[in-house]
Ligand binder design. Sequence first.
Ligand code: NAI
Length: 332
Amino acid sequence: MRQVTLIPGDGIGPEITEAVKAIFSAANVPVQWEEENAGQTTFDSIGELIPATLIASLEKNKVALKGPITTPVGKGFKSVNVQLRQKFDLYSNVRPAKTTKGIETRFDNVNSVLFRENTEGLYSGLEMFDERLQISDSVARITRVGCQKIIRAAFAYADKHGCKKVTAAHKANILKSAGAMFLNEFHAVAKEYPHIQADDKIIDNMCMQLVIKPEQFDVIVTTNLFGDIISDICAGLVGGLGVVAGANIGDDMAIFEAVHGSAPDIAGKGIANPTALLRSAIMMLHHIDLKDEANRIEAALEATLANKAECTGDLGGKASTMEFAQHIIAKL
Ligand code: NAI
């Protein structure tokens, strides 16, 4: 049995987590969950956003599955997600976006994987406010080593999975320092992979290309803020936030999580779509070398998604979260 830390999260988190647990149990996946929560829920109950017991569990298990966590906008505490990513140097945010049979979208041929730098850039936490002058600074600091690590991760993935092209999204035309460093490192690392095409696009053009001709992209690599935005564009191309997976991966720890938030508007109603968290859990199974279990669950999930009547409301169906899970279990 492989022990994995399970962070149910806030809002719809516990509901979609229950669905994933039920599916794993029905599929006899040799994973033992160690449940440790974080976020608004633990803050309200024990006054801690990230309890020490969660940190200890992560340090021991090195692999976690995490539900969404509420973060107040413009006030209050620093995002738990950002804190965990920075504390454990989970520098690669990996987000696959692939067209799914049965989910209606404008395109039917999207298949890309985004590598977003996860710890630096505008999310470094270097924020200052000058009360007297009423000037506010948020510094987008990146490091050469940080650029190299995320770019290497993207090329290594492309190499391992036989991808033909890696595209860097940047703003080196305006950001003469940080943008240029990222782009230079991209072309330097690309030389180590002569069999993979290295392409670069300015971020604004990149966004337009994504919504006009998304099939031209294979692996994409970019800095933190651009990646945050592009990842939601990619999610929109393949059916929205309810269906895309995500992973935060460092050299010796990985936290897999749904890309969407805690959805307070539907929390507690039992209607949330667990697909994003389940797909993240499937990525996790690949990461810990449980490939057969990953493929079995994925096949049952894809077959369920192909039948709208068995899906949750956001995908046009009528199933509740647990009914959807039961349809998957029936196909295992
Ligand atoms: P959200 O992703 O929670 O919700 C946006 C819309 O999508 C809502 O209408 C919601 O009902 C719907 N939605 C999201 N996930 C769904 C699912 N699985 N099934 C069906 N519908 C779904 O984004 P929002 O409202 O901007 O953020 C809410 C809270 O979540 C905020 O506190 C935010 O900071 C936090 N958040 C946390 C993330 C994380 O923990 N990784 C990521 C994004 C936001």
